[in-house]
Every structure is written in structure tokens, then in C-alpha cells.
Design a protein around this ligand. Structure first.
Ligand SMILES: C[S@@+](CC[C@H](N)C(=O)[O-])C[C@H]1O[C@@H](n2cnc3c(N)ncnc32)[C@H](O)[C@@H]1O
Ligand code: SF4
Length: 379
């Protein structure tokens, strides 16, 4: 069987504080004394996969969280050593690590660069101190500049900044200022996410109790369109619904998710995919450590994707990218259903959906409705 290009994801579930809108699996603070135990478990989990590793070409590694930058980089180095013993990393050209502004020292950035990390994803979210405070972020505007400066000093030439819009009290002027500040940073990649009110968060409770009112949909659309316009004018190419980059700085790791490529994932709560099967690990860190110290797999559950699941995932993720979905990838048994759905949806979403030469894609305006169109397209 031909080997597929694949990703590796490593979840580090520790943060300095828990942001009130965040439902990623992470704890505020951690016990320094238990870190060796956690990282030993992670190493052992990596070893569990050594027998299947040769089936894949790993060209990306993503260390996410949580906030992996708050951990002493010697742990990350050790994980890379274990990975390189068990996996062939000779094709891994994109190695990303998530950092938070103000939460990583210059020395640590230099070490991360030296051990092979070559892309940073910085959780900027906003440059407005009032908005950062509202978001319960642990950083201020000045920390962003210092962190980017230190990243450049450490030799990083591929930097992404994550931004959030659709935040209560964020008006068009504050968002435009954010975008301008972002452009002035002269980074390579930008991700803009609309604030989602996730169920298991404090924000959800506050919205439910009407203590916080979320902006209306028109406002959110306006902010998204201004990002498209302002970033586009400044040479950022929008290649996915939430992603802009300078040419050749598209995130290869995220393409693995959008293409439904294999991704072997490690760490508590990590979700992976290979051999047509999705799996997810236990969330609880103590349980994760317990399972592994008892030589048991930390996989909580897994599910083999049916042809219908694969078709739906390809539709949902595939249309998010500028290239769109290559319909030849749809399983043979579901092709008719998919073509039928496309014909129906062209009637409803014709201004936003393009179907040509076995390729299905969204227009730039269609990006705004990607989620709704994906739901309608599903078979
Ligand atoms: C794994 S998270 C966090 C990484 C890092 N600890 C940080 O805070 O930036 C990656 C990104 O998801 C986005 N994000 C997290 N929760 C979100 C939410 N509820 N709505 C929209 N975007 C969110 C943020 O932009 C964040 O940078
Ligand atoms: S947004 Fe980032 S820093 Fe905040 S709790 Fe979530 S993972 Fe941690």
C-alpha cells in the first residue's frame, strides 16, 4: 500500500490560567514534580505506535495544547528524541509549537529553535488591552510585541498569530486596529476565529444568564469581510475559511485535517486518525498516566469511518480550502448520493458554491457560510 503523507499531534494539557471561553482540554497550573511522570507517559504512548509508524510519511508535527511553551523545553526535546527513535522524521519539514505572548522566555525560544521547532503559533487574540482583559487572557499588548521580537531573534521565520473576532464590545474600529497591528508585525500566517460560545465554559454560563450578550450575526459577518479585505490588500492570501498566509507559508499540518489524511496523536484528549479509524484518548491527565503506567492504551474509544462518514467529512472539510474538494476522493459507493446533494445545493447556495471539473469549492463570499453549506451538503 502506498504510504500517505501524515501528521503527528502532541497535546500538552497545561496552561497558566484557564481562559473563560476555552473548552480545550487544559488545566490551569500544573505540579512541576509530576511533569516527569506525565512526559514519561507521553514517551511510552509514542512507543506503543512504533510498529505502525513505518506505514506513514510524517511531514508535519504539531505540539499544541494547552500552552506547550510554558513547559521547560527539555521535556519537548526529550519527546523529539523518543519520536525520532520510533518514527522516521526525515520528512518532517513543518514542526509547530503553540506559544502564548509573554509566557515564553527568549532562552526557551532559542532552545526550541535549536531542537527543531521551525514554526510558532502565537495566541495573540487581540491587541486591545480591554478586550484581552475581557477574554481573561494572561497577556497584554506589549507582551505580543516582545514575544514576536524574541521569536525573530531566536531565528523563527515562520510565525502564525491566532486572532479572535466577534467578541462583545469589539467594534469595527477595534478589529480594524487589530488587523493593522497584525500586518505591522510582518508575520507569515494569520488565523482568525469567530468567538464560539462553547458549552463547558464560563462564557457559556454568562451568556445564558444574560450577563454577557454576544454580537449579532451581521456584525460578525462585517468583521469577517473586513479581515478578508484588509489582509487581502496587504498580500495575505486566504487559502482556507479561517486562514491567511504569505505565499508558501500555508499550514501543512492543518491541510492534513482538511484532506482527512492520517494523523497520529498523543496525549490526554488527543484525537487521531489512521487506517480509516478515528480514535480519541482519555481526557483526564491522572487517568491517562494510570492507563499507560499499567501498560494499557489511553485510547478511550475509536470508530471506523463508514463510506458515508468519509464522504461527509470530505464534504465538510474539503470545501473549506481555496482548492476545494476533489470529488474523485469520494468513496465510489457514495458518489451518486454526493452528486445528487451537490445538484440540490447548487440551487440553494449557487452564488457561493462552484462545481466544475470534479472540484467543489466555495467562493470568497461563500467562506462566510462554510459551516451552513457543509451541513446542507452532507448525505
Ligand atoms: C489550542 S487553542 C489555544 C492555544 C494557546 N494556549 C492560546 O491560548 O493561544 C488555539 C486557538 O483556538 C482559538 N480558540 C480557543 N477557544 C476559542 C473559542 N471559544 N472561540 C474561538 N476561538 C477559540 C484561539 O484563537 C486559540 O489561539
Ligand atoms: S485559550 Fe489557550 S491559554 Fe487559554 S485556557 Fe485555552 S489553551 Fe489555555
Amino acid at each position: 500500500m502506498a504510504k500517505t503523507n501524515s501528521g503527528i499531534y502532541i497535546h500538552i494539557p497545561f496552561c497558566t490560567i484557564k481562559c473563560f471561553y476555552c473548552d480545550y482540554s487544559s488545566t490551569a497550573g500544573y505540579d512541576e514534580d509530576r511533569l516527569p511522570l506525565f512526559f514519561n507517559s507521553l514517551s511510552k504512548e509514542i512507543e506503543f505506535y512504533k510498529d505502525i509508524a513505518h506505514n506513514f510519511i510524517f511531514d508535519t508535527i504539531f505540539i499544541g495544547g494547552g500552552t506547550p511553551s510554558i513547559i521547560n523545553p527539555k521535556y519537548i526535546e526529550n519527546i523529539f528524541n523518543v519520536l525520532s527513535i520510533n518514527f522516521d522524521l526525515s520528512h518532517a519539514t513543518e514542526i509547530t509549537l503553540e506559544i502564548n505572548p509573554g509566557e515564553v522566555a527568549l532562552e526557551n525560544l532559542k532552545t526550541l529553535k535549536n531542537i527543531g521547532v521551525n514554526r510558532l503559533s502565537v495566541g495573540v487574540q487581540s491587541f486591545n488591552n480591554k478586550i484581552l482583559h475581557f477574554l481573561t487572557r494572561n497577556h497584554k499588548k506589549r507582551d505580543i510585541f516582545r514575544t514576536i521580537e524574541n521569536a525573530r531573534k531566536s531565528g523563527f521565520e515562520n510565525i502564525n498569530c491566532d486572532m479572535i473576532y466577534n467578541i462583545p464590545n469589539q467594534n469595527q474600529s477595534t478589529w480594524k486596529k487589530d488587523l493593522t497591528a497584525l500586518i505591522d508585525l510582518d508575520i507569515e500566517h494569520i488565523s482568525c476565529y469567530s468567538l464560539v460560545v462553547e458549552r463547558e465554559t464560563e462564557l457559556y454560563q454568562l451568556v445564558k444568564s444574560k450577563d454577557i450578550k454576544m454580537p449579532d450575526n451581521d456584525n460578525s459577518c462585517y468583521l469577517y469581510k473586513s479581515a478578508q479585505e484588509i489582509l487581502g490588500k496587504k498580500g495575505f492570501f486566504q487559502y482556507e475559511v479561517t486562514s491567511w498566509s504569505k505565499r508558501n507559508f500555508e499550514c501543512k499540518h492543518n491541510y492534513h485535517y482538511w484532506n482527512i489524511d492520517p494523523c497520529i496523536s498523543f496525549g490526554p484528549s488527543a484525537h487521531g486518525f489512521y487506517n480509516g479509524k478515528r480514535y480519541w484518548n482519555v481526557k483526564n491527565i491522572d487517568k491517562y498516566i494510570d492507563f499507560i503506567s499499567n501498560e494499557r492504551s489511553p485510547v478511550e474509544s475509536s470508530e471506523k469511518l463508514s463510506d458515508k462518514d468519509i464522504a461527509n467529512e470530505l464534504l465538510g472539510f474539503g470545501i473549506r480550502t481555496i482548492e476545494g474538494l476533489d470529488l474523485t476522493k469520494i468513496p465510489e459507493s457514495k458518489k451518486n448520493d454526493v452528486y445528487f446533494s451537490i445538484q440540490n445545493n447548487l440551487k440553494k447556495w449557487g452564488n457561493f458554491l462552484i462545481y466544475c471539473d470534479q472540484q467543489l469549492k466555495l467562493t470568497k463570499n461563500g467562506f462566510l457560510f462554510a459551516d451552513a453549506i457543509a451541513v446542507d451538503l452532507m448525505i
